[in-house]
Unconditional design. Structure first.
Length: 240
C-alpha cells in the first residue's frame, strides 16, 4: 500500500529558519538512501497527520512528491514534541525495488478463540513485528487467526506463513496465547485427576481379572494332575 505525501526542498539561510517553519505548521525532515546524498526537506503538519492516521493500523510506503519527482520511502525516525501535539523532525529513507528493507508491521488478530469462551484470557504478546523484505513484498499488516486456540494454546512466529518475508525475531517468539485463570485451573485439575484415577482403577481391575483367570487355570491344571496320579498303573504283559 502506498500513500502520497507532498514535500518541499528546504534551504535554510538563517539560524532560526527551522523554528520558524515549525511555527508555521511545517515539519523539517531529511530524505536519504543507499549511496545518495541526504536532502533537506519539509512537509506540512496537517498532511503528515493524515499519513500517520493510516500508519497506526497499516504499514505503508510513503510516496514523497518533491516537485515533479516521486520518492518511495519508509519512515525511519520521528521526533515528537512532548509538550505539544506536533512533530519536530522526520527521517525518510528512500527505498529501491531491488533492495530489501526493514520495517515494522502491525499484527491483527482475527476470529474468536474457543479458549476465551471457556473462561480463558486472550494475551496478545506482540502488536507489531519487524520484518525484512523487498518493498513490493511488504505486507500492510499480518493477520493471526485465533479461531482454533483453546485453553493454554499459543501461536508462535514459526506458525505464520507470509510469502517472501523474513522475520527479525526468533521463530519461537510467542505472538498470542490463551491464559488459564487460577480459578479455572482449580476446576480443571480435579476433573483431570478423576480421569486419571478412573483410568488407573480400570488398569488395576483388568490386572486382577487376569490374575484370577491365571489362578483358576492353575487350579484346574493341578486337579488334572492329581487325577492322572490316582489312575491305576498297567502291569506290562509277562510281568510277575
Amino acid at each position: 500500500m502506498k500513500i502520497d505525501l507532498p514535500a518541499t526542498a528546504l534551504v535554510t539561510e538563517k539560524k532560526g529558519d527551522t523554528k520558524r517553519l515549525r511555527r508555521e505548521g511545517k515539519i523539517p525532515a531529511v530524505l536519504y538512501g543507499h549511496k545518495e546524498k541526504t536532502r533537506q526537506i519539509y512537509v506540512e503538519q496537517k498532511e503528515f497527520k493524515k499519513v500517520l492516521d493510516v500508519l497506526k493500523n497499516e504499514t505503508v510506503i510513503v510516496n514523497l512528491k518533491i516537485g515533479s519527482k516521486s520518492y518511495p520511502c519508509v519512515i525511519k525516525a520521528l521526533q515528537q514534541n512532548p509538550l505539544e501535539d506536533s512533530f519536530l523532525h522526520i527521517d525518510f529513507q528512500h527505498i529501491h525495488k531491488k533492495e530489501k528493507i526493514r520495517a515494522t508491521v502491525p499484527i491483527h488478530t482475527t476470529g474468536a478463540a474457543p479458549g476465551v469462551e471457556k473462561g480463558g484470557i486472550l494475551d496478545i504478546h506482540l502488536h507489531e513485528v519487524e520484518v525484512r523484505c523487498l518493498p513490493d513484498a511488504l505486507p500492510s499488516h499480518i493477520d493471526v487467526d485465533i479461531s482454533n486456540l483453546d485453553l493454554g494454546d499459543a501461536i508462535h512466529l514459526r506458525d505464520l506463513s507470509v510469502p517472501d518475508v523474513e522475520f527479525e525475531l526468533s521463530a519461537d517468539t510467542t505472538l498470542v496465547s490463551i491464559l488459564v485463570p487460577r480459578a479455572l485451573e482449580v476446576e480443571v485439575k480435579p476433573a483431570v485427576e478423576e480421569e486419571l484415577v478412573a483410568a488407573e482403577e480400570g488398569v488395576v481391575a483388568e490386572e486382577e481379572k487376569e490374575e484370577a483367570k491365571e489362578e483358576t487355570e492353575k487350579k484346574e491344571k493341578d486337579k488334572q494332575d492329581v487325577k492322572e496320579d490316582k489312575r491305576p498303573k498297567e502291569t506290562p504283559k509277562g510281568g510277575k
